[in-house]
Design a protein around this ligand. Structure first.
Ligand code: B12
Ligand code: SF4
Ligand code: SF4
Length: 368
């Protein structure tokens, strides 16, 4: 008979840094999603409303489920984004020298998006875990994997599986390895012994709430996505509301500030897993990226989770960053996407890009 320890051992061999088991139940904290949705915090992410009924109980995802195996994978390569440069505070935790050395239009790419597309990597590893469970168990197993986009509240099941606690920044934090973690798992009809949940260790700290540049953490553990830079740069399909564009700063894709500042990440271990080694540079300049052709931009994001965003959305973000850079000279490149070569940068013709370009010009002119 398969035990929780057997599953954890195998998960470790497959490259997962953490693994635990949660009960397959309608856990009380799952009900918080309804309140969050009712407050309008999901914004354009209508899929969360549509999936809400399934997300209330893992047994709507897999009716036969008796246990939820949750994994955590460390993606910290030590390749820090100095997002905290954005925090206008003398106590900012990152070295001022690095902040000063960055050109004003250096883009910021969230760490999780710089390596290989985790949806594919983790799904493949979980499939192998399920195959192994089927072979070991001897008789049929009903199992269904989930990686991010599936209809499962991963953080809540992860907390019950003992992987960590829900920090005030909303992220699951493991006391040994911090919060640079991707979550994924398997709902299964096996009777596996659940782990004990980890205690909350945020204490009286409020660093992340104070550091969030857009005040998106509206109360401890609750993020209003419509204010979050990750949502504005990744999820918003159309035009970003004008009053929110300045707050995006130089973020091209996602935001790590509330994790960069968290004391539990100060000693986060560094992974050597080849999957997470950066393939997308977080050091490129927005003006330089803007001048690339669509084909070159596609090469820039190839293989990473950034490919989930259409090129026009990336160009919209690049124009916004240029507008925020405060250097009027950068405005000249806005006339030459794809280095001005005709047809090289089709995505620049999208209305959301044209709108962001017009805004960036106005902003740079006003700064002049
Ligand atoms: C929608 C979404 C977003 C939205 C909304 C985020 C949010 N905070 O709600 C946006 C686009 C803003 C976003 C941003 C990011 N995301 Co996101 N996102 C998701 C997604 C798809 C659903 C999350 C959701 O349902 N939100 C609604 C809220 C209400 O639900 P929740 O976040 O799960 O929160 C639950 C807990 O807080 C729980 N809870 C609260 N208090 C307590 C107390 C106890 C004791 C317990 C048990 C539970 C509990 O109640 C809530 C409801 O169940 C999940 C994947 C998934 N399938 O779950 C990834 C996920 C949460 N995101 C992830 C990541 C990595 C990020 C970013 C770091 C990416 C980036 N660098 O830009 C940021 C972090 C922003 C932040 N501070 O939260 C990881 C988080 C890993 C971790 N260590 O926590 C996930 C799990 C994806 C994955 N598979 O790894 N994301
Ligand atoms: S990801 Fe950035 S914008 Fe979103 S809550 Fe964290 S610090 Fe705020
Ligand atoms: S910064 Fe402080 S309050 Fe925020 S998640 Fe980390 S420990 Fe908790």
């Amino acid at each position: 008979m398969l035990t929780t320890d057997d599953v954890k051992r195998r998960a470790r061999e497959l490259g997962f840094d953490l693994c635990g088991v949660a009960p397959a139940a309608a856990l009380p904290e799952l009900a918080r999603l309804d309140d969050w949705l009712a407050r309008g915090y999901a914004g354009e992410m209508v899929y969360l409303h549509k999936q809400a009924a399934v997300r209330r109980d893992i047994r709507h995802f897999l009716p036969a489920a008796r246990a939820v195996i949750v994994t955590g994978t460390l993606y910290n390569t030590g390749d820090a984004d100095d997002s905290a440069a954005f925090v206008d505070d003398d106590d900012a935790p990152l070295p001022r020298s690095r902040q000063a050395s960055r050109p004003p239009d250096s883009v910021r790419v969230a760490r999780y998006a710089r390596g290989a597309d985790y949806h594919l990597v983790l799904a493949e590893r979980l499939e192998r875990l399920v195959e192994w469970m089927r072979a070991e168990h001897g008789s049929a197993i009903d199992a269904r994997i989930f990686v991010d986009k599936h209809h499962v509240q991963e953080r809540t099941y992860a907390a019950y599986a003992g992987l960590g606690w829900i920090g005030k920044n909303g992220c699951l934090i493991n006391p040994d390895i911090g919060s640079w973690l991707l979550l994924a798992g398997v709902a299964v009809d096996l009777d596996l012994t659940p782990d004990a949940p980890s205690p909350d260790q945020c204490g009286s700290c409020t660093i992340c709430l104070d550091a969030c540049p857009t005040a998106a953490i509206v109360e401890p553990t609750v993020v209003d996505a419509t204010k979050c830079i990750a949502y504005l740069t990744i999820e918003v399909q159309g035009e970003v509301p004008e009053p929110q564009r300045a707050g995006i700063g130089t973020h091209l894709f996602g935001c790590d500030i509330c994790q960069e500042v968290c004391p539990w990440n100060l000693a986060a271990p560094i992974t050597t897993d080849p999957a997470w080694q950066p393939r997308v540079s977080g050091e490129a300049g927005a003006a330089e990226l803007w001048q690339r052709s669509d084909q070159e931009l596609h090469e820039y994001v190839k293989g990473s989770a950034m490919t989930h965003a259409p090129l026009a959305r990336l160009r919209r973000n690049l124009a916004t960053i240029i507008g925020n850079a405060g250097d009027a000279r950068l405005g000249a490149v806005l006339d030459a996407p794809g280095r001005g070569v005709r047809n090289a940068a089709h995505s620049a013709g999208a209305p959301i890009v044209a709108d962001a370009v017009a805004w960036a010009r106005r902003r740079l002119d006003a700064d002049d």
